[in-house]
Design a protein. Structure first.
Length: 141
């Protein structure tokens, strides 16, 4: 049950911080497929960006988690208008952030069960990134 709770908590953090969960300031602009370029910071809520910025008193682990989330947000590709390709590219970014967060747990965590789950997440996410990369190579836009 603890493992499930940790996984659900990680998923909730990733979902809450994703640009897709933010209300669009200009829904028309956001609905237009992009050219594959990285999403701009201005599409993300200023509050969410501030939440991820390093703050005085943050632990090393918190700084690591914030860096992982910030990196995911900055590197997330724009939507292209193809449901399959968009799904694969967006999931790849989420998987990379999950790996980065799991690496922070391995380096900073104290709980053996949490660290074991972090290692399982790294292994699974790396495998899935390989599947995603192979799919994207076989299915170019």
């Amino acid at each position: 049950m603890k493992r499930l709770s940790l996984v659900l908590a990680a998923c909730a953090v990733a979902a809450a911080c994703s640009p897709q969960s933010q209300p669009a300031a200009d829904s028309t602009a956001d609905a237009v497929p992009g050219d594959g370029a990285t999403m701009a910071h201005d599409k993300m809520s200023t509050d969410k960006m501030a939440m991820m910025a390093p703050a005085e008193g943050d632990s090393e682990a918190t700084r690591g988690y914030k860096a992982a989330m910030m990196g995911m947000m900055q590197d997330m590709p724009a939507y292209e208008g193809n449901a399959d390709i968009d799904f694969m590219k967006q999931m790849r970014g989420h998987h990379q952030a999950a790996i980065a967060m799991a690496q922070v747990e391995l380096a900073q965590g104290q709980n053996a069960e949490a660290k074991a789950l972090a290692q399982e997440i790294i292994t699974a996410q790396e495998r899935e990134i390989g599947v995603i990369d192979a799919w994207l190579a076989a299915n170019p836009a």
